[in-house]
Design a protein. Structure first.
Length: 124
């Protein structure tokens, strides 16, 4: 059976050096409302990569509230070829992988990178 996942421990995952690859606003988020004001919530997706023995990819959906400056990563939508493992090498599953990637990306400043690329208000 073909297995396309890259496996590594949580500690290895948290040592990765991810870089921004691409981000876009969803079509429904890129226009102003009827009053010419920014929509209350912008939505989009972002794609990142990390070099290594096997190139890792990470993509997820996000929302941004211009009025409050709040960014939210929707980690349940994470698309990745990474699976984190316990010390014995057993897969820890989607939830642990999502948690690990969200910590990694917070450290990498994903919201600021997306804000810069899309020319949105800087995140808090």
């Amino acid at each position: 059976m073909l297995d396309l996942y890259a496996r590594m421990s949580v500690d290895e995952c948290l040592r990765l050096q991810p870089s921004h690859l691409h981000s876009e606003l969803d079509d429904a988020s890129d226009g102003a409302d009827r009053d010419g004001q920014a929509p209350p919530v912008l939505q989009g997706f972002t794609e990142w990569t990390a070099p290594g023995e096997r190139t890792l990819t990470f993509g997820w959906d996000w929302t941004f509230e211009p009025g409050t400056g709040e960014w939210s990563g929707h980690w349940g939508t994470l698309r990745t070829n990474l699976v984190v493992t316990d010390p014995s090498g057993a897969d820890l599953g989607d939830e642990k992988t999502q948690d690990c990637v969200s910590k990694l990306m917070a450290r990498a400043g994903w919201a600021r990178a997306v804000a810069d690329v899309l020319r949105l208000y800087p995140p808090h």
